[in-house]
Design a protein around this ligand. Structure first.
Ligand code: MN3
Length: 205
């Protein structure tokens, strides 16, 4: 069964004025769609065709052969983008009490978390992703290059921001810092983050 492009969880213009419909149409309908299309071509007729997306990523991870690297990159980008759309919300919200307490415990408050996340996102050299993860019972901020999702190293992924230029260039040009600031202040779907964290606690129980 071929991998499918999941629809956006909201309309293309739902994140305006922070992210334009033009950016969303290119980012989801062209970039994300292209990763899905390339992945399907690469795995066609192989054993990976029948695997889950996560299995494809874990199987090809660290495999230096050219085709396996391409499969990893495209599969990871499909996963990352689907996850990223869910991290964005048309309505500004704040973390609910239990999540806020975890952020307080790990970072010393939401402002400090925001600062740490922004630094990771802005300082990621070239294309990549900034992440909030749960790792060894602690919340941590990480950044990764190109397509790598931190779950390949065992982290539970809670939040991400795409810092490839295609994510922000039409709306913010070279000002990645402004894009990340708006992401943190206006767009984070904290209920989604909380639901991811709740999954971890259930599976740990
Ligand atoms: Mn992208």
């Amino acid at each position: 069964m071929a991998f499918a492009l999941p629809p956006l969880p909201y309309d293309h213009d739902a994140l305006e004025p922070h992210i334009s419909a033009r950016t969303m149409k290119l980012h989801h309908d062209k970039h994300h769609a292209a990763y899905v299309e390339k992945l399907n071509k690469l795995v066609a007729g192989t054993a990976l065709e029948k695997c889950s997306l996560e299995q494809v990523i874990m199987t090809t991870r660290g495999d230096a052969r050219a085709t396996q690297t391409k499969i990893f990159n495209n599969a990871a980008q499909v996963w990352n983008h689907t996850f990223f759309w869910n991290c964005l919300a048309p309505k500004t919200a704040t973390p609910k009490a239990s999540l806020r307490q975890r952020i307080e415990k790990s970072f010393g408050g939401l402002d400090k978390f925001n600062k740490s996340f922004k630094t990771a996102a802005v300082e990621q050299f070239g294309s990549g992703w900034a992440w909030l993860v749960e790792s060894g019972g602690e919340l941590k901020v990480k950044s990764t290059s190109n397509a790598v999702p931190p779950f390949v190293d065992g982290d539970k992924v809670l939040l991400t921001c795409d810092v490839w230029e295609h994510a922000y260039y039409l709306d913010y040009q070279n000002k990645r810092d402004e894009f990340v600031t708006i992401f943190l202040e206006k767009l984070v779907n904290w209920d989604f983050v909380a639901s991811r964290l709740a999954e971890t606690q259930e599976s740990a129980a």
